[in-house]
Each structure stands twice: as C-alpha cells, then as structure tokens.
Ligand binder design. Sequence first.
Ligand code: FDA
Length: 308
Amino acid sequence: MLRRSLLALSRSDRVKGLVATMPVSSGIVARYVAGESTEDAVRTVGTLADGGLLASLDHLGEDCHDRTQADANVDAYLKLIDALTVSRETGRAEVSVKLSAIGQALGRDGERVAIDNARRICRGADDARTTVTLDMEDHTTTDSTLTILRELRTDFPATGAVVQAYLHRTEQDCRDLAYEGSRVRLCKGAYKEPASVAFQRRMDVDRSYVRCAMVLMAGAGYPMIATHDPRLIDISMMLAKRNGRSTEEFELQMLYGMRPDEQRRLAELGHRMRVYVPYGSQWYGYLMRRLAERPSNVTFFARSLLTK
Ligand code: FDA
C-alpha cells in the first residue's frame, strides 16, 4: 500500500515542487545520489574503483518535457564522458541513460529526438571507448525503447538494454535479446504497473526473474544481474556456473548506497560488480522509487524534510 502511494507520489509535480529544492547533500538524498556535479560523479567512480568496483553513471533528468532541457541533458552526458576520459576512468565507468530525459517524453516527435540525442551520446561514448546502457522506464515506453535500442545497435552494437522481470512480456524479450554481443541488464522493475501487464506479487516477480536469468545465462549475450536480492544473486551465479560462464562473462550490479559492504565482498570474491551511480539535481523521482522499495527509510526522509 505504502509502496504504491510512494510510486504515485514519484509522478506528482506538486510534491516534487515541495521537496525537490533540498540539496543533494542533505540526509537521505546523499545516501542514494552521488552529488550534483560532473566532478562529484567522477570522484565517486574513483572511490568505487578503490574498492574494486565498476560504475554506470546516470545523469538524473527523467520525464523531461522541454526540448532545450533535453538537449542540455545530452550536453551533460557529453561533458561527463569528456571528464571520464581526462581522468582515465572510461575503462571502469560507462553511462546509463533514461530516454525520457533526452526527448522520448516530448510527444509526437519525441522518439525521433530521443534517437538523435541517444546517437550523440553513443558516439561520444564510443569515441571514449566506453558504453551506454538504456534504462527502462514504465511499460508505456517499453516498445519505443526497444525500437530505439535496435536502431542504435546497428551503429553501436555494445549499447546495453534493461529488462524488467515484473513485466509479463520480459521472458520473451530476453529470448529476443540473448544474442552474441548483446548486453542485457536484468532488474525486477521499479514503476507502478497494472496487473494487465505486470506481476503484482513479489513471489511471481522473483520467479519471473529466475526464468529470465535462465534465458540470459543460457544465451550468447552478456547478462548483467541487477538486484540486491541475495537469493536471486546466488541463483544467478549458480546459473552462470551451470552454463560454463567465467566471471568475465557476466556481471553483478547494484545501486549506489545499497548494500555497499556486499558490493565490495562480491568484488573481492572475483566477481565483476558494477554500481549504478545517479547524480545531478533532478533526484526526486529516483529517490521516491528507492523509498518505495525500502519504506523503513520514509521516516528518515521525513526527518530530513523537517530539518531542511
Ligand atoms: P528487492 O527490493 O525486492 O529486495 C529483495 C531483497 O534484497 C530484500 O528482501 C533484502 O533481503 C535485500 N535487499 C534489498 N535492498 C537492500 C538493502 N538496501 N540492504 C539490505 N538488503 C537489501 N528499475 C527499472 O524499472 N528500470 C531500470 O532501468 C532500472 N535500472 C536498474 C539498474 C541497476 C544496476 C539496479 C540494481 C536496479 C535498477 N532498477 C531499475 C531498479 C530495480 O528494478 C529494483 O526496483 C531495485 O533494484 C530493487 O529491487 P531488488 O531486485 O534489489 O529487490
């Protein structure tokens, strides 16, 4: 119940207006968001690298309805890629992009704008010898995102996809995406979705996650297991072993600020562990989804608001 309310609030402009002026440095925001600037993001990559961790950086800015802002979001990614190149971090960090931040949410021409903008980011990443992974947003965007992915992969075959185990369609999407060279990040899914398209019970989502992991591990692509769920991590590692995959042939991924000790422990065991690092001032929607997953943090968040 609380989860659904928080997910509904994540789309509320009114509440966003009330809380989104909090600086990233305050309380709970700092726990999940690495900072506001490019420098903060690059510094975080260095800190993670000291613990043997890789990174995927997300410049926050989803649900953008303004063309100028969408273009500014692209520029922010290009600036980030330049900064990673200067700091020689492109071997350890890639970027994650929400298409709604770079044009997909603009209406009639949105898909075309998003493709052109995503192409600019992919070109910059390719020149810097790193990769881009396209985040997956709510189910109304899944077809459009996979269409854009296919188009990008003709020129930039290493572009990664995200699939969400809670969607009924995802097991089939995994079959379609499990081909040579295809990088696929498997997560549970973070949006409020209706029963017509998504499993509602945790147990059904977990079962779907296992079926999807089975398809990806048995396939020819590169699976990226994105979850903090210890049981699903164990099962995925067991599936990797059963399919004869070495630790170079799949990776584990978690979100910045979530289970940091476990991130380092898994890296120390020799696994590739990549941390998804959001940064920037547009943290509201992202943070609300994280609170929906850990309602115990809501009191902490409310306290940060009162002391702001
Ligand atoms: P879940 O939240 O169900 O937790 C399962 C269990 O894991 C818990 O019961 C507990 O045992 C353990 N656990 C979880 N968090 C913990 C914590 N902080 N401390 C201790 N134990 C904890 N979503 C999306 O819709 N589109 C996307 O593009 C992405 N991208 C993405 C990238 C990456 C790298 C990750 C890790 C996740 C995403 N997500 C996402 C978010 C994802 O869909 C999902 O909402 C969150 O990962 C939370 O789900 P979990 O799989 O972690 O399990």
